[in-house]
Design a protein around this ligand. Structure first.
Ligand SMILES: [Fe+2]
Length: 185
């Protein structure tokens, strides 16, 4: 739970690694993740931290991504950019972040998080539905109305349907989350 680095110093570390437009996205995601968390009875500060860190590795050169987060399966080998979630987790660990739920949220923002991880669901939705993206307003509103699980189920189902329609191989973790949500009460 305890983090050794302050939020401000982490924000500066992230700002130094990403393009300015990315940092603007990151700040919008962090603010929305905090709001979603609070509307669902979760800790807004932890959600903000996850949002702040989630794309820290997104603008790194491919070699750095691969060395921080070596691919673990075919989908990852085919899409090195998708390793930026796990790579950001590694960066966060290196910066002293020890909150396991926050670390899982950061890693899982690309391929999905376990539905037990409320911070992770808040981050996942904030990332796909922050106002700058101009899409997924319905999912954002559901989450802000205190219906986080429902919003997450919809977000993951949309993603799986989209990839299936395109005939793109789906990451095993995404499929596992999708299955779990399909069988959730
Ligand atoms: Fe990302």
């Amino acid at each position: 739970m305890k983090n050794t680095a302050s939020t401000d110093s982490l924000a500066e570390k992230v700002r130094a690694l990403v393009r300015p437009e990315r940092f603007a996205h990151i700040l919008r995601v962090a603010a929305l993740a905090k709001e979603i968390a609070e509307k669902n009875g979760l800790d807004g500060e932890r959600a903000y931290l996850a949002g702040l860190l989630h794309d820290a590795a997104r603008d790194l050169p491919e070699e750095e991504l691969l060395s921080l987060a070596p691919p673990e399966n075919e989908v990852e080998r085919a899409h090195p950019l998708s390793l930026h979630g796990r790579a950001a987790r590694r960066l966060a660990e290196g910066w002293g972040v020890e909150d396991e739920e926050v670390l899982e949220a950061i890693e899982g923002h690309v391929y999905g998080v376990d539905p037990q991880n409320g911070i992770g669901m808040a981050l996942y939705i904030a990332d796909i539905a922050e106002p700058g993206r101009g899409v997924n307003g319905e999912i954002r509103e559901l989450a802000l109305a205190g219906r986080l699980s429902e919003a997450y189920r919809l977000a993951v189902a949309n993603k799986v349907n989209y990839l299936q329609k395109k005939g793109v191989p789906i990451h095993p973790r995404t499929l596992a989350v999708y299955e779990r949500l399909a069988h959730a009460p």
